[in-house]
Write a protein that binds this ligand. Structure first.
Ligand SMILES: Nc1ncnc2c1ncn2[C@@H]1O[C@H](COP(=O)(O)OP(=O)(O)OP(=O)(O)O)[C@@H](O)[C@H]1O
Ligand SMILES: [Mg+2]
Length: 259
C-alpha cells in the first residue's frame, strides 16, 4: 500500500486587498497546482525548487495544517479529508521538523519534559515503556542521557535541532517531513545531522520528505527527488539517474553542474 498519495492537489490563497487585480476583482495565488505524487513506505523523497514554488504549502496540506482547494490526499489508503480520518492518526503517522526548532522548544521545560510530553500523549497506556522510549529517542539522535536535565538555552543550535528530531521520533511516526530543518545550522552540524538521519531511517524503517534548497544534501540523502516550479511539480527523478537526463528546463538549470 502507498503510504501517501497526492492526486491533483491544488491550493489557492486569496491575495491581500492591496494586490487586487484589474477593476478591483480578487486575485488568487496558485501556491500548489495539480500536484500528483505517490510515496511508498521507506522511501526518501527530496522536494526542491525556488523560493515561493509551493514546497512548504505542500507540506502543510499533507499535515492538514491548511485546507485543500482541490484534489485528494490519501494517507495509508484513507482519504485525509474523509470523515473517518482522525487528526491523532495523522500526527501519529506524520511528523514535521521545521528550520527554527529553538522557537518551538519550550524554554522553561527540560529536555526530559519536552520529550516526555509526546510520549505520554501518544502512549498513555504504556507507562512502563515511557523511560525506554525516551532514552531510545535520545540515542537515535546521538545525544547522551546527560542532556535530559538540560534546558533549551543550554544547547547549541545543532543540539536543539537534534532534540526537535527526537521529539518528532517520540510519537513513533512512520513518516517525517523536514522543511529546511538543517538550513540554519553550520556546515559541520548539517553533515553530522544528515548522517544521523540516514542511520535513524535505517533503524526505524522511516519514510522522509526532505524539503531543501541544498541540492547536494538532497542528492546525498534521498532516493527520489521532486522538483517544484511555480506551484507545479515539474519533474521527479531517481537519484541513481544521471542529472543530465532531466527534461524540464527549470530542472536542468537547477541541477546544472551537479551529479
Ligand atoms: N498563508 C498564505 N497566504 C497567502 N499566500 C501564501 C500563504 N502561504 C504561502 N503563500 C504563497 O504561496 C506561495 C508558495 O509559498 P511556500 O511557502 O509554499 O513556498 P516555498 O517553496 O516553501 O518557499 P521557500 O523555499 O522560500 O520556503 C508563495 O507565493 C507564497 O507567497
Ligand atoms: Mg518553505
Amino acid at each position: 500500500m502507498n503510504l501517501l498519495e497526492l492526486r491533483e492537489v491544488t491550493k489557492e490563497y486569496p491575495t491581500s486587498s492591496r494586490r487586487k487585480g484589474w477593476f478591483g476583482q480578487k486575485t488568487q495565488v496558485q501556491a500548489v497546482n495539480r500536484v500528483n505524487v505517490t510515496i511508498q513506505k521507506a522511501q526518501t523523497w527530496g522536494l526542491v525548487g525556488e523560493s515561493g514554488s509551493g514546497k512548504s504549502t505542500l507540506a502543510k496540506l499533507i499535515l492538514k495544517i491548511e485546507p485543500l482547494t482541490a484534489g485528494e490526499i490519501f494517507l495509508k489508503g484513507q482519504c485525509l479529508y474523509g470523515k473517518k480520518m482522525k487528526d491523532l492518526f495523522i500526527y501519529k503517522t506524520i511528523q514535521l521538523v521545521l528550520q527554527d526548532s529553538s522557537s518551538s522548544l519550550h524554554p522553561k521545560l527540560s529536555i526530559r519534559e519536552i520529550l516526555m510530553d509526546p510520549i505520554r500523549n501518544f502512549f498513555p497506556k504504556q507507562k512502563g515503556e515511557w523511560e525506554d522510549r525516551l532514552l531510545k529517542c535520545l540515542q537515535l539522535v546521538e545525544l547522551d542521557p546527560t542532556f535530559l536535565s538540560r534546558y533549551p538555552h543550554q544547547l547549541s543550535g545543532g543540539q536543539k535541532q537534534r532534540v526537535a528530531i527526537a521529539r518528532a521520533l517520540a510519537v513513533g511516526p512512520e513518516f517525517i517531513i523536514f522543511d529546511e530543518s538543517l538550513a540554519s545550522l553550520d556546515e559541520e552540524s548539517q553533515h553530522s545531522i544528515l548522517s544521523s538521519l540516514k542511520s535513524i531511517r535505517e533503524e526505524e524503517q522511516l519514510t522522509y520528505l526532505f524539503i531543501t534548497h541544498d541540492l547536494q544534501s538532497a542528492m546525498q540523502l534521498c532516493d527520489q527527488i521532486a522538483i517544484m516550479y511555480q506551484g507545479e511539480l515539474v519533474e521527479t527523478f531517481s537519484c541513481s539517474e544521471d542529472v543530465r537526463t532531466l527534461q524540464h528546463p527549470y530542472s536542468q538549470l537547477l541541477f546544472q553542474g551537479l551529479g
